[in-house]
Design a protein around this ligand. Structure first.
Ligand SMILES: [Zn+2]
Length: 328
């Protein structure tokens, strides 16, 4: 065997070293190049999503219909649920001057389903001043809740939720009555003090075909929007409530064009837990923390669409067989 000379051996080692060094440099260059590509890709996608979001503005002067999206189920633990977290919500929006606001009215000669014989109780959620006194969460479970929580506030309009709830409630009462429905309201003023249990007991006393609690939603995410329905997860109507909730949500979605986010059955709503003997629903009509829906919820034409959707829902409900028949 031939031996390598020391000089050849040194040269060989040097060549090998150069090759290895070149390989290392090439690998580093590749890694850097891949990194740059990934970063550039992420940046361009982010740029597109920002562009899409910023193009969805609406003007307050004209009513635009949001795109209807596929039905999804609400989060099992919705953080925006008004009765649960509204007390922790704050808004820095200055309330706008609403003293000159003209209450919406229904146009003459509206058409809709014949609601003769139906009885509906409406509860415009919240009131001027929240009531932090506690009342039992449920007739069957331990725990307590605020008698009336604060509600959310319009991120664009600055309007408090209790005011919008009542405005739509009064319009809805007139709308349903014009179609032959009998309607009772838990409140027709903002400056009242009626707890959620008292509202439930008021509703129970009429054995209605539907007890609808009117609310607007709030979230820390301004992009969240759409319609939600909350129901009790117990009581005599437990099995039928999910189907009825979908009737309500879909009817409202069809009339307004807003997305129905699905229903959520929960035991955390005192106002529902105390009214499980009647078909009771907490309807979140839209998000006041979403700039677009906040404006829509105060728009007279959109409010009429909400009324239309709820009227269509009522017409699909069975008459409550528990209601005593009128013998007069
Ligand atoms: Zn609410």
């Amino acid at each position: 065997m031939r031996k390598h000379s020391p000089i050849r051996s040194k040269t060989s080692y040097r060549r090998q070293g150069v090759v290895i060094l070149t390989l290392i440099i090439a690998i580093i260059c590749c890694a850097v190049a891949i990194g740059v590509f990934v970063a550039a890709d992420l940046f361009s996608k982010r740029g597109i999503s920002i562009a899409i979001e910023s193009s969805s503005d609406i003007s307050s002067g004209s009513l635009t219909t949001p795109q209807t999206e596929s039905v999804v189920t609400l989060d099992p633990t919705p953080s925006e649920s008004s009765d649960v977290t509204e007390s922790t919500k704050t808004s820095e929006t200055e309330p706008t001057d609403t003293t000159e606001r003209v209450p919406p009215t229904i146009p003459t000669g509206i058409t809709g389903p014949d609601l003769t014989g139906y009885v509906v109780v409406l509860d415009p959620g919240h009131q001027l001043k929240p009531n932090r006194e506690q009342e039992p969460l449920s007739p069957t479970m331990s725990g307590s809740k605020d008698k009336v929580s604060a509600g959310t506030q319009g991120v664009t309009t600055g309007r408090p939720e209790y005011e919008v709830n009542l405005e739509i409630g009064v319009l809805l009462r007139d709308y349903l009555e014009s179609l032959g429905c009998t309607v009772y309201m838990t409140r027709t003023e903002n400056d009242v003090n009626i707890s959620n249990i008292e509202r439930a007991q008021f509703a129970l006393s009429y054995t209605p075909d539907a007890y609808i609690r009117l609310h607007c939603d709030g979230s820390s995410d301004p992009n969240r929007k759409g319609i939600g329905v909350f129901i009790a997860d117990s009581g005599k109507h437990k099995d039928k409530l999910p189907g009825w909730s979908d009737l309500l949500g879909n009817a409202l979605s069809e009339a307004t064009g807003a997305k129905y986010r699905g229903y959520n059955a929960s035991s955390r709503y005192s106002g529902l837990n105390w009214a499980t003997d009647i078909p009771s629903f907490l309807l979140e009509m839209g998000f006041m923390t979403n700039p677009e829906e906040d404006i829509l919820l105060s728009h007279p034409e959109y409010q009429l669409r909400i009324c239309e959707g709820i009227a269509n829902f009522v017409s699909q409900m069975p008459l409550n067989p528990d209601r005593p028949t009128n013998l007069d």
